[in-house]
Design a protein around this ligand. Structure first.
Ligand code: MG
Length: 176
């Protein structure tokens, strides 16, 4: 049976983001904005690290592959009607872009889901740039996928920080 190597998928997903003008830093900036209110010790380095590790998740990689492919095919006018026009114009009632992106974040807990909902509504940073029709190209799927990556990375950080705090408490109890 023919099988795609995981590393190949990881590389393809990363390259697609890069090719479509989305940097790790731009996603990390959103994560920072989402998590800073809950933790003032947060650094951009923590956020970048969290985005990097989220990009190793298969669910996220697959969402990137499917979503960006459809965006690109729509740009090249290679889809059948009426889907071609729906995706090209980012039709308001078309919700499959959100569904795919949300689906990829579902495994990462309620913080990922609520953060995704927030980002979907209040588009910030690179999500906003992709959503405005000023940026050339079709990004109907990409903006939601970036929101999904940021939401998952934010959720991961929130859980990590709590684990660290509890570890520190335990250590200080042992010392005193
Ligand atoms: Mg969209």
């Amino acid at each position: 049976m023919k099988r795609v190597h995981s590393q190949e998928v990881t590389m393809a997903a990363r390259n697609l983001l890069f090719e479509r003008g989305v940097s790790i830093e731009a996603i990390a900036e959103i994560v920072y904005e989402m998590q800073y209110p809950y933790n003032q010790d947060l650094s951009m380095r923590d956020c970048i690290e969290s985005v990097e590790s989220v990009l190793l998740k298969r669910e996220i990689q697959h969402a990137i592959l499917v979503g960006v492919e459809l965006d690109k095919l729509a740009e090249q006018k290679k889809l059948s009607e009426p889907l071609q026009t729906i995706i090209e114009t980012d039709e308001g009632l078309f919700g499959i872009d959100e569904t795919i992106a949300l689906g990829a974040a579902l495994g990462y807990g309620s913080i990922a889901v609520t953060t995704f909902g927030h980002l979907d509504k209040n588009k910030i940073g690179i999500i906003k740039e992709l959503d405005t029709k000023n940026v050339p190209g079709v990004h109907t799927f990409l903006d939601d996928i970036v929101a999904s990556i940021a939401a998952t990375a934010a959720s991961r950080l929130a859980h990590r920080i709590r684990d660290l705090e509890e570890l520190e408490e335990k250590l200080s109890e042992t010392i005193s």
